[in-house]
Write a protein that binds this ligand. Sequence first.
Ligand code: HDE
Length: 756
Amino acid sequence: MADDQTDNDGEEIGEKTTKHRVTTEEAGEIEESEALHGTGDEAREHLSEDSKQEQLDEVREDHMDEYLTTDQGVRVNHTDDSLKVGERGPTLMEDFHFREKMTQFDHESIPERVVHARGTGAHGYYQPYEDPDLGEYDDISELTKAKFLTNSDQKTPVFTRFSTVVGSRGSSDTVRDVRGFATKFYTEDGNYDLVGNNIPIFFIHDAIKFPDLIHAVKPEPDSSTPQAATAHDTFWDFASLTPEITHMLMWVLSDRALPRAYRMMQGFGVHTFRFVNAEGETRFVKFHWLPKYGTHSLLWDETTKLWGKASDFNRGGLYNAIESGTYPEWELGIQIVEEDDADQFDFDLLDPTKIIPEEDVPVRRIGKLVLNETVDNFFAETEQVAFHPGNVVPGIDFTNDPLLQGRLFSYQDTQLNRFGGANWDEIPINRPLAKRHNNQRAGFMRQTINKGKTSYSPNSLEDDYPREATEEEGGYVHHTEKIEGKKIRDRSESFRNHFSQAKLFWNSMSEPEKQHIVDATHFELGNVESKEVRERVVYEIFNNVDHEFAVRAAEGIGVEPPDEPGPHHPDHDKSSPALSQKNTVMDTIESRQIAVLANDGFDDDHVDEVTSVLEEQGAQTAIVSKMLGEKTGMNGDVLKADQSHVMADSVVYDAVFVPGGNDSVEMMKEQSNARHFIAEAFKHKKPIGALGNGIDLLETVNLSDTDVSADGDGLVVEQGVVTSRSGDDMDEFLDAFSDAIAEHRHWERNASDVRA
Ligand code: HDE
C-alpha cells in the first residue's frame, strides 16, 4: 500500500484514497500547530541513557514510612485476622480487606510464556561506537537510517531478557537448551526489538512447523515428563523425521547449549533482515552480539550438579554481576550482503537454518550494549516485558524468511494470551519513550486518558490529528519489493541442503568440543526408548553429517554403527574457526568467580595478596570454609566465610585457590568436602592455584597419578595448576594464575583418573 500514499513533501498524491490529507496549502497551519502539539522533531530531542529510568520512576513506589492501606487507599488497622462473628465464628462477607487481599492473591499469576518461560532481564544502554579504535568502526549511516545505530552521541536505553526455551517458569537455568537473547531498544523513533537467540540458526524453515517442534520438545503429554529437556522420545522422533533440523542439532548438542553465564554467550538475530538507508537503498543484514568476556560454557557434569546446588545459576549470575559493578557487555556486529550478491552463496539467505560463515562475510563491530541496572520488581519488569520481532523502526525492515514472517504474527498474538487484552503496550516496561498517539483508545485495563472528540481517521473535526508522518518526518515506510508468484504451499528448492553446514560445524570443533557433542548424543539418545528412533537419528541424520561422528554416537547408544557414510553426506573438509569456542576471548578474568579455600590458621598474606590482585583485575573471590562464621588467619587477620562446603561446590566457581597455613590445610585434608572440591575442580579442568603447604591439599587428589606435577620449590605451572611452595615468587605466581583463569578450562589435562 505504501507507494501511492504520500511523497516526501507530504503532498496529496494518492487518487484512490478519500482520506483528508495534509496538503501543501495547509503546511503553514501545520507548522504552527506542531509548535502547539509537539509533533515535530524537537519533541524527540531529550532522549538519554536515563530516559527510560525516568519514565519508570513515575510509577515506582517505595513503601518505607508508609501505612498499610487497601487498594482504595483506606488505612488498614489489622491484617492478621479476618472479621468474624465471635472469636470462633464464621467470617463475614463485609470484610472488604479480607476479600480484596484474597482476590488479588487468587489472580496473581499470569500465563507463563509458552516458550522461553524461564528467564531473567536487566536494563542498560546501547551506544554506537564513536571512536574507530573501539571497534572496526564504519559510519553505517550509508547502510541504515536507524538513528539509534548511527548517532554515536546517543545512548539508547534498553531492556534485555535472557531465557531458556523449553522449561517452565520454575525450571533450572543450566539445562541443555537454546538461550533467548531479546533486547528492546527504547529509541527516539519508537521501540525496536531484536528478539534473538544464542545460536545463529533455528530448527525449522517455516513457522508453520513451530507448534510441532514445540509439542515434540515439551514434556510428553501423557506423563508430562521430562521437564526442560530434549532427551526423550518425542523430540528425537520429530528430529529424526525432519532433516532440516540437522544443523541446529549439532549446535544444541554442543557446548553452546550450556552457557557458563548469560554475559558469556553470543547472541544472534538469526534471520536475515534488511537495512534501509536515507536514499531508500537496502542491503541484507545479520545481527550478532559479541560478548566482552568471551563465549564460555559449562560442562554437562557441572550443569547437572548445578540443577541441585544453584538452579538459578544464570539468573543469579546476571544479577550479581550487575550489582557488583561488573557490567555485562556485548558488541553489536553486523554482516552485510549487497542485494546483488545475495545469490553468491551455496545456500539461501532466507533459510534460517544457515549461517553466513564469518570468513566469507566478516562481522563489523558497530557499537556496544551494556547492562548496568537490575530490575526493582521481577514481575512488573521481567515477566511483563513483551517482545515482538515486528517492532521495527525506520532503517530496519524484514525479509521473506518464512520463519520470520510467521513470527511477525505469533508474538503479538501470544501477548494477548499472556495479558488478557490488547493494552499490554501501556505497561511501563513496554511503553516506548517516543510519543504515542493513535486512535486505539479502549480495551481492558486502558491507562491513558485520551482527550478529544475524534478517534478515527480521516477527521476534519480535529484537523485530522493525530496525523500521518511523511517519511522525512520519521514515518515508517515499508521497503518496496516486487513480488510475483503463484499461491503455493511448498518449500523452495534452495532450502534443501540440510547437511553441508552441519558438517562445517563438526569440522570446526576442537577435539574436546567434538567429544562433548558425542557425549551429549549418548545422554540424549540414551534416554530415547524407541530403538527405531535412535537408529533413524544415527543413520539418516548423523551419518549424513559425518561418518566418524555417527559411529562415535552409535557406539554409546546400543545402535549398530553404520559401515559407510550416508548417501547425502557432504564431502567437504571446510571449517570456520569462528565457530569454535577454542578461539574465543581468553585475555580477561573480569567477572570470574574464584573460590578461596580457607579455615582458621590460613596464611593471611597469601589470601590478602591473591584476592586483592584478582579483584583488581575484575574477578570476584569468595572464602569457602567448612562452616560459616569468622576465620582467623595465622597472623591474626579475620575473614568472614562467604560459603560453607555444604552450600557451595566447586561447580559454582571458575577457579580455586588454596592458600598455605598449617592448621587450615591440615583441617581440609581431613575434610572429604574440601578434597572433593579440589578433585572436582581438577576433573572439570578448572584453574587451580596453591601456595605453600596449600599444595598438600592438592596432593590428596593424587595429582601424581595424573600428568600434572606440583613438585618443586618455586613456581610450577602445569595444565592450569599453578603452584609455588616457597611463595617467594608472588608476582610470577599471580601472573601465571591469572593467565590460567583467563583460559577458563585446561583441556590438555587428563582428569580421567581423578575421582570427584
Ligand atoms: Fe520465539 N516466541 N518463536 N523465537 N522467541 C516467543 O513470544 C515463535 C524463534 C525468541 O524474553 C513467544 O512473548 C515462533 C526464533 C525469544 O520474552 C512466541 C517461532 C528466535 C523469545 C514465540 C519462533 C526466537 C521468544 C513466547 C517460529 C530467535 C523470548 C512468548 C517461527 C531468532 C522473548 C513470547 C522474551 C518467545 C513464537 C522462533 C526467539 C510464542 C512462532 C527463530 C528470545 O510468540
